[in-house]
Structures are given as C-alpha cells and as structure tokens.
Design a protein around this ligand. Structure first.
Ligand code: DHB
Length: 391
C-alpha cells in the first residue's frame, strides 16, 4: 500500500488529522491496534476548550456537538464551606463545552467512514521504518495474520504513550521530562442528572473531589485516592459517601444526588513531555508526545491543538514542497504543550492532598487568592478556556 501520510493510531488525534488532511486534498491511511468499538467506547475527558470547538465547527464536525454539547460559562472552585464561581465569559470572553471524547470520536469515525477513509483496525506489531529518509514506511500484521507494508511520504504517530512512534525516536535525538504524582483518581460514570450546573473542583482535607458531567442525565465524578487503590475496596456506597463529604453535601442547601454507577476506574496522574515532536519524516501528535494529569482537562484539547498545527504544515510540505511550517511544528507545538503542562501541574498540585502540611497552607492561600482576585481568576480562565492555536 502507498499513501501520502501514514497515521498510526485512530484516536481523536489520528482521526481529526486524516479529516483535516482530506479537506486539503492530502491522502492518508490510518492503522490502529484496537477495534473500532473499543476506540469509540473508551471513557476519557469531556471538556472542550473554545479553540477546540471553533476548529471542529470550521472542519464541518460541529453539528451534533452543537446540539448535544453543553456550553459552560466557568467552573466552581471550592474549599470546605465556600464555593466560588469563576466566570470565564466575564473574565476572558471565552467559554468551554461539555462533550465527551467518546462522542467526538464517534463523530470523527462517522465522518471518516462517510468519506471512504482507509482505517485498518485490529492490527498487531506496528513498526515504523526509515524515518531519516524521504521514503518512510510502516509495517504491521493484519487481522488475517499477513504482514503488510504501508509506504508514505510522512508518518505521524498519534499512538499514545505506549505506541511504537514515540519510542522510535533514538535516545540521542530526544529529551524527555516527567513527573509522577503520589496520588490517583477514582473516576465514576453514573446514570443520574448532575447535581450542579457547572463543574465543581473541591479541595478537601480527605482529598480532592470533582463533579463533572457528560449530559443532562449522566454524571462523571472523581475522588483523589492512593495510587495503589483496589477498586474492590470501593463499593458504590463508599464512593457516594466520600463524594458527599468532600463536595459539601448539605452545605448551604446543596445536595449531591447519587445514582447507579455504570463505570468505575482508577486513573494514574502523570506529566510527560518528549522533545522534539519530529524526527526526520516522523511527526508526533497528542499523547504520543506528551501526557498531562487530568486536572484541568487539557489532554484532548492539546491533541487537537497539535493536529491543528500539523495539518497545514503537512499540506504545505506535500503539496507546495514548502517545509517551513513542518520545520517549525515541534517548536511551535511545544510552546502550548509546556503552557498546558504547567497549568495541569498547577491545578493538580493546588487541589490534591500531598500529605505535607506546608503544601496545604500554600494551597489554601492560592485558593483564597483565586476566590478574591480578578487577576488570579483571569489567569485561570485564560488557561482553562484555552489559548489561541499557535499561541
Ligand atoms: C473532566 C476531567 C477533568 O480532568 C477535568 O478537569 C474536568 C472534567 C471530565 O472527565 O469530565
């Protein structure tokens, strides 16, 4: 097989990239180790920055998101007995949209299928080759057991942190940075109307808690838990009790309504950045190049921002033989990556119990500042609602 752009990974980054390339007349083939059903069902974040929704609309992907997505003006930040609304629209003129990654992935999958996009699901042993030449290629074993070869002008790794692309950049040609946080999240999805109109981020001595949502009938909630947490020790009642305590059930007339839990998982918290995001004819986008802890919901938005830079860069490279944007891709993308890496680290370390009483006092001081300073709130709002693409 031969194509212009071989894309490894059919998550939101890979699907969106093939969609944008197609719109500018560039052909691509996607290979993916998982099956389509798995990719479209895996539960991930659900908050889209305004720059993300703007880009999706411009790309013709905004119909269902416009109907079913819920626009939020801001978030609530909470310490025990005090809840403060931070109004992004008022502060920076930008809003966010609640629309699950699962829904976006389904929309992208349908749009690609309608366009006749070649996507090879369920492949094994994907490997990338000859990245230092202008004839790179990808090999993989198809579901029928036959080894196949995909030749391309460019290979793009949208294959997350465990895929082969990140690892294919030689150690001597890259630098990595990482931080592992000493806590995890227990996340639940519940068939119950959200008990809040906008997201609640709650600092609490027992640990961080958050109330998010996916739709008017589905709630998504999180609890800070130890990294070695065994889900068997968290029956539904214990989860709802902990959420009620940390989110302030019964305070100022606010109540948390529990409901049937349909999904339960423990999420690790990690920051990771690999630089550069390009090696020869291999480009990385999304989790393949960087991981943020979930606080602040930046992961999906960062992946979309990478792809928004990469699609025009590859178009100019392959159509006009102009390498300027492709050569600038890594440095340009990494500016936003580090901004979001800092923001996610800041939100995470401000809100989670580390076990250190000095940290606790600093956290409470920052939260008091955010509750009372418009300048502080504007900084949070600018980062949360999303900086312009190409920042
Ligand atoms: C969600 C996740 C986040 O990390 C966050 O900051 C906000 C919302 C979510 O899954 O809905």
């Amino acid at each position: 097989m031969r194509t212009q752009v071989a894309i490894v990974g059919a998550g939101p980054a890979g699907l969106l990239l093939s969609h944008l390339l197609d719109r500018s007349g560039i052909e691509s083939v996607i290979v993916e180790t998982r099956e389509r059903d798995y990719v479209e069902a895996r539960i991930r974040a659900g908050i889209l920055e305004q720059s993300t929704t703007d880009l999706l609309r411009e790309a013709g992907l905004g119909d269902r998101m416009g109907r079913e997505g819920e626009e939020h003006r801001g978030i609530y930040l909470q310490v025990p007995h005090e809840r403060h609304h931070v109004d992004f629209v008022d502060l920076v003129g930008r809003r966010v949209t609640v629309y699950g990654q699962t829904e976006l992935t389904k929309d992208l999958g349908r749009a690609r299928a309608a366009a006749g996009q070649e996507i090879r699901y369920g492949v094994r042993g994907t490997a990338v080759h000859d990245l230092d030449t202008d004839r790179p290629y990808v090999t993989f074993t198809g579901p029928d057991g036959a080894t196949e070869r995909l030749d391309a002008d460019v290979v793009v790794g949208c294959d997350g942190s465990f895929g082969p692309c990140r690892a294919a950049i030689p150690a001597a040609a890259k630098q990595t940075w990482q931080r592992t946080y000493p806590y995890a999240w227990l996340g639940i999805l519940a068939d119950v109307a959200p008990s809040t109109d906008e997201l609640i981020y709650a600092w609490h001595p027992d640990g961080f808690a958050m109330h998010s949502m996916r739709s008017p009938t589905v709630s998504r909630l999180y609890l800070q838990v130890p990294t070695d947490t065994d889900l068997a020790e968290w029956p539904d009642d214990r989860i709802w009790d902990a959420l009620a305590t940390r989110l302030g059930h019964g305070q100022d007339g606010w109540t948390l309504t529990p409901g049937p839990i349909t999904d339960k998982s423990v999420l690790p918290m990690r920051s990771f950045v690999q630089q550069p995001m390009r090696h020869g004819r291999l480009f990385l986008a999304g989790d393949a190049a960087h991981i943020v802890p979930p606080t602040g919901a930046k992961g999906l938005n960062l992946a979309v921002a990478d792809v928004a830079l990469l699609a025009p860069a590859l178009t100019a490279l392959l159509k006009d033989r102009n390498p300027a944007l492709a050569d600038a891709y890594s440095d340009t993308a990494l500016r936003r990556v580090w901004r979001c890496t800092h923001f996610s680290w800041w939100m995470t370390t401000m809100l989670h119990q580390s076990g250190d009483p000095f940290d606790q006092q600093l956290q409470l001081s920052q939260l008091r500042w955010l509750a009372t300073s418009r300048a502080g709130q504007a900084g949070l709002a600018e980062n949360y609602a999303g900086l312009p693409i190409g920042l």
